[in-house]
Design a protein around this ligand. Structure first.
Ligand SMILES: [Zn+2]
Length: 196
């Protein structure tokens, strides 16, 4: 192939005028989040398509987060083994590891929230609706910088995902949970392209 089939610009392997076809993942991203289904895009013509795909991606992510937020607080995170009277089925152990820059008090609050959300999402995706024996550990800041110091912390959240069978959860929970499960495929798709 000598020219981009989409915009007909010459393809050049390297040098100042370098212009190559974009990677498969970028192409799939455009196919998934726009109506454009061209077989190839090159570095010269991809920008507009990529921008539309990114905007659609962000919009969908925002909507998904909004739905999740409406009931993430309904999923109990409990640091003891088993509250009195609870009947539940154990699904599995869960561990979530996250990295963050060192943050101030407000930043820490936000970080906590996103950590809680991360482990709750795991619970829902595993078919659970509560987390028992929840534990949250933060390392001391450690330097990941090269010449300029840059400090990071590592957060590890663990717990046991359970399915509480009767009477222990908010009545809104089942409705909210169904809403979330309805968009689970969309969530998985968004996750697939989250590192693009
Ligand atoms: Zn092109």
């Amino acid at each position: 192939m000598t020219h981009c089939p989409n915009c007909h610009t010459k393809l050049v392997a390297d040098g100042y005028n370098k212009n190559e076809l974009v990677k498969l993942m970028v192409k799939q991203f455009i196919h998934t989040f726009t109506e454009y289904k061209d077989e190839h895009y090159c570095e010269k013509c991809v920008h507009d398509y990529y921008k539309i795909a990114s905007d659609n991606y962000n919009e969908q992510q925002y909507e998904v987060d909004k739905i999740f937020k409406t009931y993430s607080d309904l999923i109990p995170l409990i640091s003891i083994g088993s509250p009195f009277g609870w009947e539940y089925e154990t699904i599995r152990f869960v561990k979530v590891t996250l990295f963050s820059d060192v943050v101030d008090v407000n930043g820490q609050r936000k970080l906590d929230e996103s950590c809680y959300d991360a482990i709750r999402k795991e619970a829902i995706e595993a078919g659970g609706n509560a987390i028992l024996g929840f534990n949250y550990a933060i390392t001391a800041p450690y330097n990941v910088g090269d010449i300029t110091p840059k400090f990071q912390i590592q957060l590890t959240l663990t717990g046991t995902i359970v399915d509480v069978s009767k009477g222990n959860l908010d009545a809104n929970f089942e409705v909210a949970r169904k809403n979330y499960l309805n968009i689970l495929d969309q969530i998985k798709l968004l996750k697939k392209f989250s590192k693009i």
